[in-house]
Design a protein around this ligand. Structure first.
Ligand code: PRT
Ligand code: ZN
Length: 307
């Protein structure tokens, strides 16, 4: 019975054969469900790639871009990309570093941000990495942790556990933990304090090192679309009318990504400045522009920023 199943993906052999033989279309591996699934699909969608049946199937094909989507558990994505079953994949950098398969990290995608940190009970005094000498640490990321302690010349006992790492100290399984931290809420709830930040992680686009040139070309197009999407996030388009003698001052307030557009208005003595600015700076810049006599400040959402 076992011989009918793929040892990589545990799927039926027919599916395994399909995955191995159908090499012409670029294939991207995405997390099937979990924290990165929705944001990965959102990124593809914002990059103009139309996908039906998102995530409910094992494999789907984009309607308007030469790409197939393979949905997997995140743990399996680095290996699947490394051996070429998928050409590229989106996965947390933490998984890439832990699995240590031969893949290229092509692009940071700026979502799924978190860090891998060491934490200890908050009542204990932390004295530096040597604190862990001879102690027990529970983690689902033994590979990264072993390397970090080897660099620090610290010997400790690493206890690999699959889930609920944060409760290990309170049940006496470990003296400290090494786990993913995002807001820090889980640590606080469990009476733990973060003492070392070992790895900053976000979702990354990874690629198989031996992809052919045709596929690489498609990946370059995809990456350039991703770059445009990422650049336009958190940006607004500002239009503002300023008296001509205040243009210089206004341009100091709105340093644009490149040179801002300057257009004369029908009303003599006035011009309009168009610029792309950070959403977080909208109010500050608007207030400062008004203070120098600017009028009719219009802030618009930015759909795309293609450079
Ligand atoms: O089923 P599958 O194997 O595909 O998914 P999974 O359960 O292994 O992973 P999933 O979906 O939980 O996370 C996928 C990826 O999201 C991780 O590998 C990280 O790259 C990234 N990510 C970002 C996170 C978090 N933020 C996060 N907060 N992964 C997990 N957490 C957990 C963490 O384990 C801890 O329990 O959230 C808790 C801590 O969060 P705070 O906010 O309380 O600090
Ligand atoms: Zn996983």
């Amino acid at each position: 019975m076992a011989s009918f199943f793929c040892r990589h993906c545990h799927r039926h052999k027919n599916f395994f054969n399909y995955l191995h033989k159908k090499k012409d279309t670029l294939r991207i591996a995405l997390q099937s469900k979990g924290r990165l699934n929705e944001k990965s699909l959102e990124l593809l969608c914002e990059a103009g790639i139309g996908i039906d049946d998102t995530g409910r199937k094992l494999l789907s094909r984009a309607s308007n871009f030469p790409i197939e989507i393979l949905y997997l558990r995140d743990d399996d994505i680095p290996q699947t990309v490394s051996c070429g079953i998928a050409d590229i994949g989106i996965v947390g950098l933490n998984e890439v570093m832990e699995r240590d398969f031969d893949v290229d990290v092509l692009q940071h995608l700026e979502f799924g941000k978190c860090r891998l940190s060491l934490a200890i009970p908050k009542y204990m005094e932390y004295t530096g990495p040597e604190f862990f000498e001879g102690r027990k640490i529970a983690t689902s990321y033994p590979g990264i942790l072993k390397k970090w302690f080897a660099e620090k010349n610290v010997n400790c006992e690493i206890r690999e556990i699959a889930g609920s790492v944060e409760i290990s100290p309170s049940i006496g399984l470990a003296d400290g933990i090494f786990d993913i931290v995002s807001s820090g809420g889980t640590l606080v709830q469990n009476g733990l304090a973060e003492v070392e930040k070992v790895l900053e992680s976000d979702a990354v686009l990874i690629g198989c090192p031996d992809m052919d040139e045709e596929k690489r070309q498609t990946v370059r197009v995809l990456m350039s679309r991703f770059t445009s999407v990422l650049r336009s996030r958190g940006k607004k388009y500002m239009l503002v009318n300023v008296p001509n003698d205040k243009i210089e001052e206004a341009l100091k307030i709105i340093p644009s990504m490149k040179s801002p557009t300057l257009l004369p208005l029908a009303d003599k003595g006035w011009s309009a400045i168009h610029a792309v600015i950070d959403e977080s700076e909208v109010w500050d810049k608007a207030d400062r522009l008004k203070a120098i006599g600017a009028e009719d400040i219009l802030i618009l959402s930015m759909e795309k920023l293609i450079i």
